[in-house]
Design a protein. Structure first.
Length: 254
């Protein structure tokens, strides 16, 4: 048996029988874990409020056996709550997209300090600044690269041409094709969207790039298709986000 003390961000929660609940946590020291908290539905429980989705906490988790899939929450203390983020529909949807992406791309019990840093910086930034779809796209591309699902966006996967005003996404290749090499691919992407994503993937800052509202929409469509095909799961939050029309403003990033 062992106890693990670590900071955690709640990615998701779901109720179980009686007054208990299960929580999907991304932790600083253990990576993604599933943990059960007992009695959280009781009116006297303090844990339920602290473990709300996207909250950052310090938890002590109990693991009875080394191969145990579900850990037990024994103690919780709040590190940071995000009332602004949680009180705004668009910000909350963006945070849900980020949480789903980390859930989809990481395995349980695989610590990753880079992803932990990216997630906590993003949530802190969104609490103090306007959350935007472009910031989510930049975050998603970094997570995809970190977890081995990086798309190939620098040039046409078939002929190697690097500049076009329009591209087509090939899910099978995880790459783009120019109009001349396209066959049955249907998802068209603007040149601005592909150029922006390629430069973000190579490490450039979002604030240094110029793009339009249609480019952002194309980036979200691309992420939906790429994640769905290569990770094997579809983000419900990302589908909701694509239905929320928000004017494009100046972009900064965490």
């Amino acid at each position: 048996m062992s106890y693990h003390a670590t900071e955690a961000v709640t990615l998701r929660r779901w109720r179980t029988q009686e007054a208990d609940a299960l929580y999907l946590l991304f932790t600083e020291c253990l990576g993604k874990v599933t943990a059960k908290a007992r009695g959280v539905a009781k009116s006297t429980s303090r844990i339920a409020g602290m473990l709300q989705p996207h909250n950052r906490t310090h938890v002590i988790l109990y693991q009875k056996q080394e191969d145990q899939d579900i850990l037990s929450v024994t103690q919780v203390s709040l590190v940071r709550r995000y009332p602004h983020l949680q009180g705004d529909l668009k910000s909350l949807t963006l945070a849900a997209c980020a949480a789903e992406l980390i859930d989809f791309c990481t395995g349980e019990g695989e610590p990753n300090r880079m992803i932990w840093s990216l997630l906590t910086k993003l949530l802190d930034f969104w609490e103090e600044n306007e959350a935007t779809e472009a910031q989510l796209a930049a975050f998603a591309l970094r997570i995809l690269k970190e977890t081995g699902f990086e798309p190939h966006l620098a040039a046409c996967a078939k002929c190697g041409v690097q500049e076009r005003s329009e591209w087509y996404y090939s899910p099978e290749r995880g790459a783009i094709l120019c109009p001349g090499c396209r066959r049955t691919e249907r998802l068209a992407l603007s040149g601005g969207a592909v150029s922006t994503m390629a430069r973000l993937t190579s490490g450039e800052k979002l604030s240094a790039l110029s793009f339009g509202e249609q480019d952002v929409k194309d980036m979200l469509l691309f992420l939906d298709e790429h994640i769905g095909y290569h990770v094997g799961r579809r983000s419900r939050a990302l589908r909701v986000l694509q239905q929320i029309a928000v004017p494009l403003n100046g972009e900064s990033e965490p």
